[in-house]
Design a protein around this ligand. Structure first.
Ligand SMILES: [Zn+2]
Length: 422
C-alpha cells in the first residue's frame, strides 16, 4: 500500500468509528439558534468551541463584533508545503415567527427517515461541520502532512455583513492561504469555482404630481419609473468575457446547472439578469404620483465587472431627465481556475465512492468563497443539496452529509500530502 492508501484507509476507519459523533455534532449545532438577522452566533460558536476543546485543539476567537465571533484554528504539517484554508459560516437564515410551513421544530435538529431537519440543515451547518471534522481528523495525521491547514468558522455571512469572513480577509492575512475549501450547499454533482455578482441599484423618478384626471398637466413618476425598468431589460442581452478556460468550463457546466437548478439556469449564467425586487410609488388611485422609486437586482456573469455595466445604466437613466440612481449594494462576480488541482482531487475522491464525477460550475447565489477569489486565492465549494434552503423544513440527507464530510477530509488530506514544489 502507498502512503496515500494508508492515509485514506485510516481516515475512512475513523469516519466509520465516529459516525454517531459526527451526526451528533451537526444536531447539536442545529439546536444552537443563530438566525441572521440579528446574527448573534454566540451559542453556535460555543458548540464549535466545545468540540475543539474536547479534541484538545487550540483556536483563536476573533470577534470585532462581540455577538458575532469568528473561530480560527491552524496547524503546521511536518514540512513546508501549501496552505489550505477551510471555511464555513455559523449564522443561518431567520425563521418567521409563525414558523409557517415547518413540520419540524426549526431549532430541534430532529432526525426522521434518514434526514436531519432544522434551520441551517443545508445552509450551511453540514458544510461547516465538514470543515470542523476535516480539521480535527487531519490534525491527528499532521506528522504525515506538508504545509498548513487553517479552519475558519465565521459569522455574519447571510447578510454579507462586515464582521465575519470579510473582517478576517481584511485584517488577518494569515487566513488567505493558497487554496480554499468550503461546504456551502449546491449538490454533490457540482463543484463551484465561481459565482455571479449582484449589483443592486435604486432608481428614483420625480414629477410635479396632480389630480388623477389632470394628465395634461404633469408626467407621472410611476410611469417614468416603469419605462426605466423596461429599458433596463436591454442589459440582459449583455454577456461576460471570461478567460478561455473559464468560458469553456461554463459551457461544459450548463447541462449540470439545468439538471440541478431547473431548465434555463445554464443559459443565464453567462449573461446579465434583472429582477425588479421592490417598487414604491404613488398615494392613491386618483392621484398622479410625484415620486416613485424601485430597486433593480442585477446579476453580473463571470468575466464582467461593475465598471462595464455602470456606464450602460447611466445611459438608460439619462434618457429620463430627473431620474436619479445610486448603487445600494452588491459585489463583483468571482471566479478561479476550473481545472485547478483541487478540482481534480475532489472529482477523484467523489468518483472513488462510486458517485458521478462532479462538474465544475458557476453558482447563481453568493458565498464567502468569493472573498478569497477576490484576493486571488482559488476557492471551491462542494456541499449538500439545498433542500428547503431559505424556506421551511430545511433538511439534509444523512448519507449525503457524511459523503460531503468524507470528501472534504480526504481531499484536504490529498492536497496537503504533496510537499511544496513537487
Ligand atoms: Zn450559506
Amino acid at each position: 500500500m502507498t502512503a496515500h492508501d494508508d492515509n485514506r484507509a485510516e481516515i475512512l476507519g475513523w469516519l466509520d468509528d465516529e459516525r454517531d459523533n459526527i451526526i451528533n455534532l451537526l444536531k447539536t449545532f442545529l439546536r444552537a439558534p443563530s438566525p441572521n438577522p440579528p446574527g448573534n452566533t454566540l451559542a453556535a460558536a460555543q458548540v464549535v468551541r466545545d468540540y475543539l476543546d474536547a479534541a484538545g485543539l487550540d483556536y483563536r476567537v476573533i470577534d470585532p463584533h462581540p455577538e458575532m465571533p469568528n473561530i480560527v484554528a491552524t496547524f503546521e504539517g511536518s514540512s513546508a508545503g501549501r496552505h489550505l484554508v477551510l471555511n464555513g459560516h455559523m449564522d443561518v437564515f431567520p425563521v418567521p415567527e409563525s414558523k409557517a410551513g415547518w413540520t419540524h421544530e426549526p431549532w430541534g435538529g430532529e432526525e426522521k427517515d434518514g434526514r436531519i431537519y432544522g434551520r441551517g440543515a443545508c445552509d450551511m451547518k453540514p458544510g461547516t461541520t465538514a470543515s470542523i471534522i476535516t480539521y480535527c481528523l487531519l490534525h491527528r495525521l499532521r506528522d504525515r502532512l506538508h504545509g498548513r491547514l487553517t479552519l475558519t468558522c465565521v459569522s455574519d455571512e447571510e447578510t454579507f455583513g462586515p464582521w465575519g469572513a470579510r473582517y478576517l480577509m481584511e485584517h488577518h492575512p494569515e487566513v488567505h492561504g493558497d487554496c480554499l475549501l468550503n461546504g456551502e450547499p449546491g449538490g454533490p454533482e457540482s463543484i463551484r469555482f465561481g459565482e455571479r455578482g449582484p449589483l443592486w441599484v435604486e432608481f428614483t423618478a420625480r414629477a410635479t404630481g396632480a389630480h388623477g384626471a389632470y394628465v395634461h398637466i404633469t408626467e407621472s413618476a410611476t410611469k417614468i419609473a416603469m419605462n426605466v425598468a423596461r429599458d433596463l431589460e436591454e442589459l440582459t442581452t449583455l454577456e461576460g468575457a471570461p478567460p478561455h478556460n473559464v468560458a469553456s468550463a461554463v459551457d461544459a457546466g450548463r447541462k449540470t446547472m439545468d439538471s440541478m437548478m431547473g431548465d434555463g439556469a445554464g443559459d443565464l449564467v453567462s449573461r446579465v439578469t434583472l429582477n425588479i425586487g421592490l417598487i414604491k410609488g404613488g398615494e392613491k388611485a386618483n392621484m398622479i404620483p410625484s415620486e416613485c422609486s424601485f430597486t433593480a437586482d442585477l446579476r453580473l456573469p463571470v468575466g464582467m465587472s461593475k465598471s462595464d455595466l455602470l456606464p450602460k445604466i447611466e445611459d438608460i437613466a439619462a434618457r429620463y431627465p430627473g431620474v436619479e440612481w445610486k448603487v445600494v449594494g452588491g459585489d463583483e462576480p468571482s471566479w478561479c481556475d476550473p481545472y485547478h488541482e483541487m478540482v481534480g482531487i475532489l472529482q477523484n475522491n467523489v468518483e472513488a465512492f462510486g458517485r458521478p464525477r462532479p462538474t465544475p460550475i458557476v453558482s447563481l447565489g453568493g458565498t464567502d468563497a468569493r472573498l478569497w477569489r477576490h484576493h486571488g486565492v482559488p476557492a471551491y465549494v462542494y456541499g449538500p443539496y439545498p433542500y428547503g434552503m431559505g424556506s421551511h423544513d430545511e433538511n439534509v440527507d444523512i448519507e449525503e452529509f457524511l459523503h460531503i464530510v468524507r470528501t472534504h477530509v480526504l481531499s484536504a488530506c490529498d492536497y496537503l500530502s504533496r510537499p511544496k514544489d513537487s
